[in-house]
Design a protein. Structure first.
Length: 273
């Protein structure tokens, strides 16, 4: 399996993406903004389709469109993020714009299709440099924002009273989410961006880890799911994204069951005289 260059490239791409999706997704789930990654993926899809139509790299268009969407969502504030109708309309408009661009696109049909469902086995070695740059940028930005972001996530009222700029923090964090979404979509596609961004982070939070351990656990889970999905895809011939999604759901279900079992055991222990 690893004798082939395209498989080695796929494994390396999964490693770079998982490093980012774990900690970024952990903050997304903690802040109750899981749907934001899905919304930004749709906005990025419109940008990527427009970039392909203009003859530009899809990754650049995806990242640019998603970042603009993240800035707009951050400026709108938490109230707008909770309006399902507004978000649904924006997603529909973004997909409509993307479909219009694809209608006029007479070339790169394969690249356009991979935007929706991902094509990890089709990632070129040159694209790895772009993914590596995005990973470094996201992790560096998250390292700077981590402390105030954690404070604002757990105690927003106290953080605001102490002068933490919540609106600016939202804009910066959602911009990082947009870049991470652009990376993740290279593997899972727009429609399944939840797979690596949310499922490992949700499983990590269910297990009750602390912030640093939780982010590390989410990254490890994302990497394990991505690599196992690639190996299972090689063995079965089924799409890697299917296996990654199935493993993500299985890991979350297992973590939920484990947390319930531990809670039940603790309750029995407390009741024992």
């Amino acid at each position: 399996m690893l004798a082939y260059e395209f498989m080695r490239t796929a494994f390396m791409a999964a490693f770079l993406v998982s490093l980012v999706c774990g900690p970024v997704g952990w903050f997304l789930v903690l802040r109750g903004q899981s749907f934001a990654s899905h919304a930004l993926a749709h906005v990025g899809f419109a940008g990527a389709a427009a970039a392909l139509l203009a003859g530009l790299p899809a990754l650049a268009g995806f990242g640019g469109g998603a970042v603009l969407g993240g800035v707009a969502m951050g400026l709108a504030g938490q109230r707008a993020l909770g309006r399902d109708v507004v978000i649904g309309l924006v997603l529909s408009l973004a997909l409509g714009v993307g479909a219009l661009c694809l209608h006029f696109l007479t070339r790169s049909a394969g690249a356009a299709t991979s935007l929706l469902f991902g094509d990890i086995l089709g990632i070129s070695p040159a694209t790895l440099w772009g993914l590596a740059g995005l990973s470094l940028l996201c992790l560096s930005g998250l390292a700077v924002l981590a402390r105030p972001l954690l404070f604002a996530s757990l105690q927003p009222d106290v953080a605001e009273a102490r002068g933490v700029p919540l609106r600016l923090l939202d804009v910066l964090f959602l911009s990082l989410v947009a870049l991470a979404t652009a990376e993740c979509a290279q593997i899972t596609g727009v429609l399944l961006v939840f797979t690596l961004m949310i499922a490992p982070a949700a499983a990590s939070l269910r297990l009750g880890f602390g912030p640093m351990t939780g982010m590390a656990a989410a990254a490890v889970l994302a990497l394990a799911e991505a690599w196992a999905g690639l190996a299972l895809s090689w063995q079965t011939g089924w799409p890697a994204v299917f296996w990654i999604a199935a493993l993500g759901c299985t890991a979350f279900a297992a973590s939920s069951l484990l947390s319930r079992l531990c809670a039940g055991r603790d309750a029995v222990f407390l009741r024992t005289p």
